[in-house]
Design a protein around this ligand. Structure first.
Ligand code: TRP
Ligand code: SF4
Length: 331
């Protein structure tokens, strides 16, 4: 039996290069080794976007199309939408009973977001419970492995605490002890050198038009010490140079030398990089256009994914209800 993996993304915007390099390439690699469950976390999106929820349903299809265009294979992995499996909410409710409030209030991601996100009101009951729903996502399918970025580690730790507490309280090994499989999100920083993120608007979307890609790359930050063309550059301090490592590794050593010897200017260097990103994305964008022509196929894939994961979800919920003494059909 292959081990089961669950991972998810929130449909809050178009996916970008960071999602591809940080998560999707990893998902694609894992498809053969594991039984993969890939979920669109729309309830999690709503927890922060509840004031303006309009985009969420549009991004569900948009993101799934990108997943498949990047190589996630619906024949191998199960792709589904969180809100279409109501059992997530039932398990979330059970877990809400046993998770100590202090653990949620002290969760570093919670504290950080409360501090840093100022353009919306996140002092809600729902947002505090964000990691509890995530624990339910994972444990509903008894997933043993969870591919996530480093920022999600506190949520995984809470998941393990909930799992252990449930098992201890009821003296049964119902839930596993899921392990994080770290994805290296640091490989690609944002265009301005900060973390690539929707809220910083420093990304290139997977569906970005070539013209827009060229413009964005031309505006990337470079080695600040390099003011004139004749100044020798420090490629190791330049974000453009690290992008070469991801999108044109074979050209990187050459760029490194030319830059240090001041034989290439930043404008030219970026123009070259932009072309390579454009051709890197071309087949993905072509696949994307093709998938969008048959939206019904996407809906079909999601329906199929739902029906497959639903069986597992219902089994877990039946088991949990039996243990805590809640009957399926009243008393
Ligand atoms: N919180 C995750 C993120 O923001 C998304 C997510 C929701 C998730 N449920 C999950 C990731 C379950 C892994 C497993 O990236
Ligand atoms: Fe960066 Fe290229 Fe300019 Fe060197 S030439 S500083 S690698 S953009």
């Amino acid at each position: 039996m292959k081990k089961r993996i669950l991972s998810g993304m929130r449909p809050t915007g178009r996916l970008h290069l960071g999602h591809l390099v940080g998560a999707l390439e990893n998902w694609v690699r894992l498809q053969d080794q594991y039984q993969c469950y890939f979920m669109v976390a729309d309830w999690h999106a709503l927890m922060s976007e509840y004031e303006k929820p309009q985009g969420i349903s549009e991004y569900i299809i948009d993101n799934v199309v990108d997943w498949i265009a990047c190589g996630v294979d619906p024949q191998k992995a199960r792709i589904f939408v969180q809100s279409q499996v109501k059992e997530h909410l039932e398990l979330y409710m059970f877990f809400s009973m046993i998770i100590p409030l202090g653990l949620l209030e002290r969760c570093p991601t919670y504290k950080e977001q409360m501090r840093e996100i100022t353009n919306r009101d996140l002092s809600t009951y729902g947002f505090l419970g964000y990691p509890v729903l995530q624990a339910a996502d994972i444990l509903l399918y008894k997933a043993e492995v969870v591919p996530v970025g480093e920022d999600q580690l506190p949520h995984l730790e809470l998941t393990r605490q909930i799992s252990r507490k449930f098992n201890n309280l009821y003296h049964q090994e119902v839930f596993p002890d899921p392990k994080a499989l770290l994805t290296n999100t640091q490989r690609l920083l944002g265009l301005d050198g900060r973390k690539m993120s929707k809220s910083y608007n420093n990304f290139i979307a997977l569906s970005e038009e070539p013209q827009e890609i060229r413009k964005k790359v031309q505006n990337m930050f470079t080695d600040p010490a390099r003011v004139k063309l004749t100044d020798p550059g420090h490629p190791d301090k330049c974000n453009v140079h690290s992008y070469y490592g991801v999108f044109a590794a074979e050209r990187k050593p050459q760029i490194n030398t030319l830059c240090r010897q001041a034989k290439i200017g930043c404008t030219e260097c970026k123009k070259d990089l932009a072309s390579r990103i454009v051709s890197f994305l071309a087949p993905i964008q072509e696949k994307r256009r093709e998938l969008l022509r048959n939206k019904n196929d996407i809906l079909q894939i999601l329906a199929q994914g739902r029906s497959e994961v639903l069986r597992v979800a219902q089994e877990t919920i039946a088991q949990v209800k039996d243990i805590v003494g809640i009957k399926e059909h009243g008393i």
